[in-house]
Design a protein around this ligand. Structure first.
Ligand code: AMP
Ligand code: MN
Ligand code: MN
Ligand code: MN
Length: 297
């Protein structure tokens, strides 16, 4: 009898490439997020805090300890408008496998963080005008990294004060355009965010495209500009997508030749729909972004 040996590469699939920690608006420390991901059978984890890399050193150490392959990341806040007359939409661009020591990246992130303190004060004024006093001080108490004060910290105060039942309700009644607590803000440009990421050796990924509520034509324009700027991937399976968005953005990824990413967009236990490492798999007909990560190709 002849024996045929089939050598099969062991394929890692449970990549989770979008997660937050207390370095931005996550509720758990970088070490805790690593432990949660490991517990869920995650094969490789990226930490992608908003506009900061402050959590990456702790996460790297914790991941080494847990024998969990780790990808350093970031999620950059961008303001983008389809044309000169339209209101800017906030877009998030994830950078994967960035070098946190890159000076241009750090200067760019610092410039974004710098606007957050003054916005937080204005947000507090807006809440006070709506009858909710002391919101800014209370929000800072929820922010471990004071530089990264953001809307989620205000949302947690509203939950704590029992003004709303949960974080989702906080964003339905407050903190979004036209509602108390919302303050429009100019973040980075799309081109700069992509340039900082690619300049730091990273892969630029458009985060949760299904969340921007853009008309189809504007979304096409956004994806076209992102590609022209050097963006090479979009999130397809993310906790910030409704399940029907998984197919929509798999189709758009193939149409544009984008790689596909997958991540929980985890912020906290009991707060986020998905824990790290617990998302459904990517559809079979897209190319996972991790095929471009040197260690995993
Ligand atoms: P910021 O960068 O301070 O404007 O805050 C943006 C963050 O607010 C996002 O990264 C989410 O964590 C959170 N956020 C925005 N909209 C919602 C929503 N509808 N439900 C839950 N969290 C939201
Ligand atoms: Mn967030
Ligand atoms: Mn985001
Ligand atoms: Mn996120």
């Amino acid at each position: 009898m002849r024996h045929i040996f089939v050598f099969q590469r062991v394929h890692l699939n449970n990549f989770d490439l979008h997660n937050h920690t207390t370095a931005s608006d996550g509720a758990h420390s970088p070490s805790e997020v690593v432990v949660i991901a490991k517990r869920n059978g995650c094969d490789a984890l990226a930490i992608t805090d908003h506009d900061t890399t402050a959590g990456l050193a702790e996460a790297t150490t914790a991941a080494t300890h847990a024998a969990l392959p780790f990808i350093p990341g970031v999620e950059i806040s961008v303001s983008w408008a389809a044309n000169i007359d339209s209101k800017a939409t906030t877009i998030h661009i994830v950078g994967l496998n960035i070098d946190p020591a890159n000076a241009a990246l750090q200067a760019g992130l610092l410039s974004i963080r710098a606007g957050r303190a003054s916005r937080a004060i204005e947000m507090g004024d807006s809440f006070a005008a709506a009858g909710h006093a002391g919101m800014t001080e209370a929000a800072y108490a929820f922010a471990a990294n004071k530089e990264m004060i953001g809307r989620t910290h205000f949302a947690r105060v509203l939950v704590e004060r029992k003004v709303v039942k949960n974080i989702g309700h906080a964003f339905e009644r407050f903190l979004t355009r036209g509602k108390p607590g919302y303050v429009a803000h100019a973040w980075a440009s799309l081109a700069d965010a992509v340039k900082w990421i690619t300049g730091a050796g990273g892969i630029a990924v458009m985060a949760h495209p299904g969340r921007y509520n853009l008309p189809v034509a504007d979304m096409t324009q956004l994806l076209t500009e992102f590609s022209a700027a050097g963006g090479t991937a979009i999130e397809v399976v993310t906790g910030s997508h409704a399940p029907r968005d998984f197919r929509t953005y798999a189709v758009r990824a193939k149409e544009f030749g984008f790689l596909a990413s997958r991540g929980a967009d985890f912020h906290g236990l009991g707060e986020s729909k998905f824990e790290p490492g617990s998302m459904p798999p990517l559809p079979d007909d897209v190319t996972p972004v991790w095929t471009r990560l040197p260690e995993f190709a």
